[in-house]
Ligand binder design. Structure first.
Ligand SMILES: N=c1c2ncn([C@@H]3O[C@H](COP(=O)(O)OP(=O)(O)OP(=O)(O)O)[C@@H](O)[C@H]3O)c2ncn1[C@@H]1O[C@H](COP(=O)(O)O)[C@@H](O)[C@H]1O
Length: 108
């Protein structure tokens, strides 16, 4: 087992599970249940990341891994490739964010 999961390999594995379901596979269970179940898991895992971030870093790390995995399952289910996401991120590289100081609300 690698010490660090390669995200491309994880995406490819999930795609493989979709193409060739394996009995007892959690990924297969999600695909069998369908999009609503997958999206509920993404919502659940997102909330767990938020709460974990308030608590401690070990928990945050654990819940982020769960969220990344479930996000990959959504991408595969919807037919969006991981390369598409990486290209989107790359297209933003080096750009400056257009943020402005927000004016204070003034009392009447
Ligand atoms: N990275 C993951 C991964 N992260 C989280 N999970 C599963 O996500 C679930 C999250 O836990 P929860 O308690 O929220 O969910 P649950 O109670 O098990 O199930 P439900 O709530 O969905 O009914 C757990 O069952 C975890 O096993 C994962 N399942 C699989 N993978 C990867 O996918 C590979 C293939 O897994 P299988 O599809 O199971 O063969 C594995 O070797 C891993 O590399």
């Amino acid at each position: 087992m690698a010490e660090e999961q390669n995200l491309e390999a994880l995406y490819a594995m999930i795609k493989q599970r979709q193409a060739k379901p394996i009995a007892g596979s959690y990924t297969d269970y999600l695909f069998t249940k369908g999009l609503d179940k997958i999206l509920k898991k993404v919502g659940e895992e997102s909330t767990e990341v938020i709460v974990a971030a308030k608590n401690n870093n070990a928990e945050l790390q654990y819940e982020t891994a769960d969220l990344l995995y479930h996000l990959m399952v959504v991408l595969v289910e919807k037919g969006v490739s991981f390369d598409d996401v990486k290209r989107e991120l790359a297209s933003r590289e080096g750009l400056m964010s257009k943020t402005k100081d927000r004016a204070n609300i003034e009392k009447l």
